[in-house]
Write a protein that binds this ligand. Structure first.
Ligand code: FO1
Length: 315
């Protein structure tokens, strides 16, 4: 399929907190209607019987102006009365669900139980919260990251939140990936985009599952749009979380060069931090353009500036 020359659609592939910063930058710098944000759902968990989609919610709350800016997930100024009562009743409370956040999970679970697919449920949540961009879960089918660790087999949230990413990870897999399909409209959005951006999210547990959805990687290779990726790490260390540890598990060197090697079949340009400028020639030897700039996104101005720099790659 060839790209509509008038397309202004920007397709952003993202996980949760790290990627959400750049998504917000784009949201501020473009028409929100032009954004299609494709979210990882392999972190999804059933908690107290409720379907929680952490990365989808982080993006929706960010775009709705509801996100807790200190934590980067959940709703700002939320209360925890339900969780406190669950604790009194003897339930597990290591996964912190706020009261207003629980309303999202109750609504999602009800709509899923009524038979609606996750993509339609997400669209309904977006509409209710005034989000004008399209937020697409990567798949309507259940996919789950499972980690084989020194503490046994864990789900992503058990590893990341409950075990505070301390166990050694021996291997990981995305359960259900082979039989899932991309959400309706996902491949078409990639093919028709003016620009595709892989956000600075964990390559192993956030971007990896999206790329592994059947058809997505091929669509990224074939799209006439430029595909840019922003590094989630500087000098071999991720900004937050265990990305560098998990890349090694996948046999990928924890560096921007390792990232370029892992993405080289579909990425045209890798945006790295100025501190990694010395690795630019090694990246370009892999056939990937490298651009060095400041990729730290501490302020809204940082997020908007990086989005503007990336917009220069759109055609
Ligand atoms: N992250 C934590 O570190 N601790 C939590 O208790 C926690 C709860 C939580 C509840 C809802 C939600 O949407 C996200 C939540 N997160 C929590 C964040 C989440 O574990 C991660 O940010 C993503 O899964 C990583 O992409």
């Amino acid at each position: 399929m060839s790209r509509d020359s008038s397309s202004r659609t920007l397709v952003l592939l993202t996980g949760g907190t790290g990627g959400a910063k750049l998504v917000l930058g784009f949201h501020e710098e473009t028409a929100p209607e032009d954004l299609v944000v494709v979210c990882n759902t392999a972190d999804d968990s059933v908690v107290h019987g409720l379907h929680v989609s952490p990365d989808v919610d982080t993006i929706v709350y960010t775009l709705a102006g509801l996100i807790d800016p200190a934590k980067g997930w959940g709703i700002h100024d939320d209360t925890f009365a339900v969780l406190e009562q669950i604790q009194r009743l003897g339930g597990e409370t290591w996964f912190h669900l706020g009261d207003r956040d629980i309303a999202t999970h109750l609504t999602r679970t009800r709509l899923l139980t009524e038979g609606q697919p996750l993509s339609r449920v997400t669209a309904a949540l977006c509409q209710a919260l005034g989000v004008k961009s399209t937020v697409l879960p990567m798949s309507d089918q259940r996919v789950e990251t499972r980690l084989s660790t020194s503490a046994g087999e864990l789900s992503f949230q058990e590893y990341f939140v409950k075990a505070r990413w301390q166990p050694e990870v021996l291997s990981l897999r995305y359960r259900g990936i082979e039989t899932c399909g991309p959400s309706p409209g996902l491949l078409e959005a990639i093919h028709g985009a003016a620009l595709v951006v892989v956000c600075p999210s964990n390559p192993a547990t956030s971007i990896g599952p999206i790329l592994a959805v059947p058809g997505v990687r091929a669509a990224l290779r074939e799209t006439p749009a430029k595909v840019a990726a922003v590094s989630p790490m500087v000098q071999g260390r991720s900004f937050s979380g265990p990305a560098h540890k998990l890349m090694a598990t996948l046999g990928v060197e924890a560096s921007v060069t390792g990232l370029a090697a892992a993405y080289r079949d579909f990425v045209d340009v890798l945006v790295i931090d100025t501190e990694d400028r010395g690795l630019q020639p090694a990246i370009e030897q892999l056939g990937v353009d490298a651009r060095a700039t400041s990729i730290r996104m501490d302020t809204l101005d940082d997020k908007k500036r990086l989005a503007r720099e990336l917009l220069q790659f759109s055609v």
